[in-house]
Design a protein around this ligand. Structure first.
Ligand SMILES: NC(=O)c1ccc[n+]([C@@H]2O[C@H](COP(=O)([O-])OP(=O)(O)OC[C@H]3O[C@@H](n4cnc5c(N)ncnc54)[C@H](O)[C@@H]3O)[C@@H](O)[C@H]2O)c1
Length: 324
């Protein structure tokens, strides 16, 4: 159930006693030539570095961002093999339009990178309606962009990838170390980034039979506009990612298409895979017996689910209500 087993692959990865690291060299990205990569949130920061790497390696790039002027300037600078489409990822129609525009220009999209994100501290504040004295609902824009925006792009990827089932395609989500650890004053941000981790885990078994993969990249502190001064000030000599480090991790599933269901933590430029080790340590946090039962239960659920899907495909009684 966990996810497709990792085969030994051409991208160097070494399993030390305590972790699995991935090394990707610049030439590994040569395979992107002629492929089409769609990315959201790519006019600056991590997304921009990803656009530049994919484009430099010969990929077609479909770029969706709500910053129109910057997007137009970037596409003018890159000149060819780039389509900028103004898109607010929190709006469903914008996301569908982005995919439609990309397909109209380049045909098959091979890789979708859901990267657009924002942060806000507004959840800290109590906003009181001056007329009624009632506490107002919190601003949910962080969830709209970081969670709903990713759900929309993933839904589109699943739908459009399904139109070319013979082509292996990849979905990559920019999560955060906040998908795994505490954050001090980033409450809704943490909820959104944990949410997209759940989305990846919820889909990773399901996408296999559809000739797709889904993976998550979890950057630790990275030198972009999003890294606030309160984070930078105490950082000292701790390792800081450059945007190019995250770009390599985001494009890793595109150059290593057998990799599925992974979370790539990136710290100080080093890429460490977490999911396999989390699963290996399951007996530590659940105990041996409970862990064995959990794995058995998960396998049984998947086998049953496969039977339900098969019966559906063979003209059974309609689509199963639940996939598990
Ligand atoms: N910088 C870090 O330390 C760090 C750490 C972990 C995760 N991340 C994640 O990396 C991703 C990229 O962030 P970044 O650090 O490059 O920040 P950034 O602010 O430099 O870039 C964010 C990009 O997303 C775009 N965007 C924001 N809202 C959008 C919307 N509604 N529709 C379309 N585009 C939108 C912005 O215009 C911008 O191009 C985000 O998902 C962020 O949460 C960043």
């Amino acid at each position: 159930m966990r996810h497709a087993p990792l085969k030994t692959n051409e991208i160097g990865h070494s399993r030390k006693a305590a972790m699995t690291t991935y090394q990707v060299s610049d030439s590994d990205f040569d395979v992107l030539r002629g492929k089409t990569v769609l990315i959201t949130g790519g006019v600056q920061g991590i997304g921009l570095a990803t656009v530049e790497l994919a484009h430099r390696k010969g990929a077609n790039v479909v770029l969706g961002d709500w910053k129109e002027r910057e997007g137009v300037e970037l596409s003018q600078r890159l000149k060819e093999r780039i389509l900028f489409h103004k898109c607010d990822v929190s709006k469903w129609d914008d996301v569908v339009d982005l995919f439609e525009a990309g397909i109209a220009k380049f045909g098959i999209i091979h890789t979708v990178i859901c990267n657009a994100g924002i942060n806000s501290r507004e959840f800290d504040e109590d906003k009181i309606d001056s007329k009624t004295g009632r506490l107002q609902a919190p601003n949910m824009n962080v969830l709209d962009v970081n969670l709903y925006g990713v759900v929309y792009a993933v839904k589109c990827a699943l739908h459009y990838f399904g139109k070319w089932p013979q082509t292996k395609c990849q979905i990559v989500i920019t999560g955060s170390v906040g998908s795994f650890i505490d954050g001090y004053d980033m409450h809704l941000y943490m909820a959104s980034k944990t949410g997209v981790l759940g989305l990846m885990r919820g889909l990773r078994t399901w996408v296999v039979e559809k000739n797709m993969t889904i993976n998550l990249v979890a950057p630790w502190a990275t030198d972009t506009a999003m890294l606030r001064q309160e984070m930078r000030d105490p950082w000292g000599d701790l390792p800081l990612n450059q945007t190019s480090d995250i770009a390599r991790a985001l494009l890793l599933p595109a150059v290593c298409p057998e990799v599925n269901g992974k979370s790539f933590w990136v710290g100080g430029g080093e890429i460490v895979e977490l999911e396999d080790k989390l699963h290996e340590s399951q007996p530590i946090w659940l105990g041996k017996k409970m862990s064995e039962n959990l794995d058995k239960g998960q396998r049984q659920i998947v086998r049953n689910w496969e039977k339900v899907i098969l019966s559906y495909k063979n003209g059974g009684q309609g689509r199963p209500r639940s996939r598990l």
